[in-house]
Design a protein. Sequence first.
Length: 376
Amino acid sequence: MGRSIDTLLAHGGAAIDAAYGEVVPPIHVSTTYARDAAYRLPSKAGYTRDDNPTTLPAEALLAALEGGAEAMMFGSGMAAATAVFLTLAPGDHVIAPRMMYWGLRGWLVEHCRRFGLGLDLVETHDLDAVRAALRPGATRLVWLEVPANPTWDVADVAAVAELARAAGARVGVDATAATPVHLRALALGADLVMHSATKYLNGHSDALAGALVTAACDEAWQRLRTQRHDGGAVLGPFEAYLVHRGMRTLAVRVRRQSASALAIATALEGHAGLEAVLYPGLPAHPQHAVAARQFTDGFGGMLSLRVRGGAEAALAVAGRLRCFARATSLGGVESLVEHRATVEPPDSPVPRDLLRLSIGLEDPGELIDDLRAALA
Ligand SMILES: *Cc1c(COP(=O)(O)O)cnc(C)c1O
């Protein structure tokens, strides 16, 4: 009923428990639920692979944040994303970004090859490329990642959704890096939003989780429910508790991380040791206008640096950083640096001189000093 996301998050989306007055939902560990003498279940929960009462508040909160009809949590971001493609049929055609989260791209190429799905990897921030790739009647899904790892290209969700709808295709958006604080993809016309909740939603680098949010409880969503039920990639109750707990501070964390990322990108732009600073909040970013129109409250806490001197120079800079942990993942309270080319296969399109930064909650001035010292 029209609550701001700050209020929704602070309250955890949940009513206070009537029996005990708990302001935090409890962790329900039972895998099975007893029926009464008439063989009725007391609630929706019957077996924890269908629904777990600890997961429900996290799902309800995320659905409210995204303005969706329902949300489903999964055991990881990959479990959530792969479920979407596993509900397509051989012969279906899919469009996905050329530059996207590597783990999903690698799986998708292999899955489509083995199961007979058509796949086009295109620059989804280029509307002409999307238009040219759409096959009316055959394209079932256009997958976007906004902004896209690790170059932070920004696809125009509303424009792609319009093209896709005209061709009879659905649109799914991996909004992990944007979070619902910056992007409401469903309001822009997407059918489905996906999150690696391992990242900003949980926010503390201590739980693996994923989520899907749907605009409508339609047939495609029912297929996804069946997929989760049968595939069994559900979230454990302890992780569900951690994700729900983490989400309650999502907006304050993400706004601060975005403000710091913008300050860092601005301070380093034009640095003699860098070929480029990739951040959608910079006016020089090729899709800055789209980003400014479609994002709310900032441009996200992720940016990348292209270091002058190639992979070796980039690794040397990473090695000199003191305030950033050299680790994969993103969206936690601690800042991380990653040389993506080291962890991706040789045929990856990611530039070899690229360092990806996940900006945490440290003092932004100290992060800038650390980066300047490492680049000097
Ligand atoms: C991490 C990530 C994933 C995969 O999520 P897991 O929780 O690691 O399975 C998918 N997309 C993006 C953009 C990510 O950052």
